[in-house]
Design a protein. Structure first.
Length: 153
């Protein structure tokens, strides 16, 4: 299986507000940047979208090292999701899981067994080159959304 290193990040100008997601994928000498965004979203949704879009971009089974600065996504997928699913997508506080649509999408990508995934948390905005690149890509996603909104004015 190919070994892929994936850095992901989300950005939002206002929360909610225009947001972007960014991914930087590397495998050997190959690398790829991905980004996109939404006009009315939250930072957590963009963090989730980054991981989802990064995994969707993989065209064959891979060993994937995912680096992200979102504790929400890392803990959600490695710790909380089992209980959420067992309780019908309700939190321990008996409230509906926020962003359940994206959690279900991510869960399907992770549990399908296609990829061997390892999750790594990195401190955001701390000089980590991969995180910085994913952040730049996320901000490109925001810029893309803002440019599209400006065209509609």
């Amino acid at each position: 299986m190919a070994h892929v290193v994936m850095y992901t990040d989300g950005a939002c100008k206002g929360n909610p507000g225009p947001g972007g997601w960014g991914v930087w994928l590397t495998s050997g000498a190959h690398e790829r940047d991905l980004f996109g965004g939404e006009a009315d979203t939250t930072n957590n949704r963009m963090e989730l979208m980054a991981v989802i879009r990064g995994l969707e971009a993989l065209t064959r089974p891979c060993t994937v090292e995912i680096y992200l600065d979102s504790t929400y996504v890392r803990k959600g997928i490695t710790e909380w999701i089992t209980q959420w699913k067992a309780k019908g997508w309700v939190t321990s506080g008996r409230k509906p899981v926020k962003n359940v649509d994206l959690w279900k999408e991510l869960d399907a990508l992770v549990t399908d067994g296609i990829h061997d995934i390892t999750w790594h948390w990195v401190k955001g905005h701390s000089g980590d080159p991969g995180n910085d690149r994913a952040d730049r890509n996320a901000n490109k996603g925001v810029e893309q959304v803002l440019a599209a909104e400006k065209l509609l004015e």
